[in-house]
Design a protein around this ligand. Structure first.
Ligand code: ADE
Length: 256
């Protein structure tokens, strides 16, 4: 990875990013393409924090602006996802090793899930970012009491939190029925989590030759109960994971 250029930190929604923004007192806002990009210093790095907005097209636009306008050297994504791997429970974290659009289907012109003209159906995470995110997430879990309030730990059953490396799939749909979650599991048995942005950002990063890494905390099981405690989980758990994992990841990355 280059050592010049800022490191971007992206989340889809305000509530997911707010705790990170609270860590950036010197942040200066730049408005581009209808988005607010906060440029700041954190853990000895210049960072740009931004909301991708929700969905693949919005996230791809945001990633493109980060690459072209801000000249970032890497993009990190942090936020929530639905757990679809059998052993992936609410409160766990998934660090992406690969990213795929579960709703890409240009068949019969191209095989199901294959990205036309790319000749593949998934992008790999940058190995350095992936490994730093894994170390950071494991360290966060070991010191969970430091970042998550005891009431939230009890409410969301966070006494046996795991970090899973694996495939994250993305599509323009919040998966909120058990039938749909099961169908995804059957179709893509190695997928651990579902979101609405990561595969799009991974594709833009591939196009611009930028390293990409992502960590998602599991807010729901992509089933009929998926919308349940979503907002409280984001406020009380996921946003605190994000601050902790992002700070630790930045500590592990080379400085300019
Ligand atoms: N993000 C968090 N939960 C999700 C779900 N169930 N489907 C898609 N994106 C999500």
């Amino acid at each position: 990875m280059h050592t010049h250029g800022p490191i971007a930190i992206m989340s889809a929604m305000q509530d997911e990013l707010q705790a990170v923004l609270d860590e950036l007192p010197d942040a200066k806002v730049h408005h581009v393409a209808g988005r607010d990009f906060w440029r700041a210093h954190w853990e000895g790095h210049v960072v740009i924090a931004v909301l991708s907005r929700i969905g693949k097209v919005a996230a791809a636009t945001t990633a493109t602006v980060l690459a072209q306008h801000f000249g970032v050297r890497a993009i990190l994504f942090t936020g929530v996802a639905g757990g679809i791997g059998a052993h992936v429970k609410v409160g766990d974290m998934v660090v992406g090793t690969h990213f795929m659009q579960h709703d890409m289907d240009a068949s019969p012109l191209f095989p199901r899930h294959v990205l036309p003209l790319y000749g593949m159906d998934r992008f790999a995470a940058d190995t350095q970012l992936r490994d730093c995110l894994l170390r950071a997430a494991h360290a966060t879990v070991l010191e969970l009491g430091e970042c998550i309030h005891a009431d939230a730990r009890a409410e969301f059953n966070l006494d046996d939190v795991h970090v899973h490396p694996g495939l994250i799939v993305s599509g323009d749909r919040f998966v909120s029925t058990t039938a749909e979650g099961r169908a995804l599991q059957t179709e893509l048995p190695d997928a651990l989590a579902v979101d609405m942005e990561c595969a799009a950002v991974a594709q833009v990063c591939h196009d611009f030759g930028l390293p990409f890494g992502a960590v998602r905390s599991v807010s729901d099981r992509a089933d009929d109960a998926a919308h349940g405690d979503f907002t409280r989980f984001v406020d009380e758990v996921a946003s605190h994971y994000s601050v902790n994992v992002m700070a630790r990841t930045l500590q592990l990355l080379p400085h300019a």
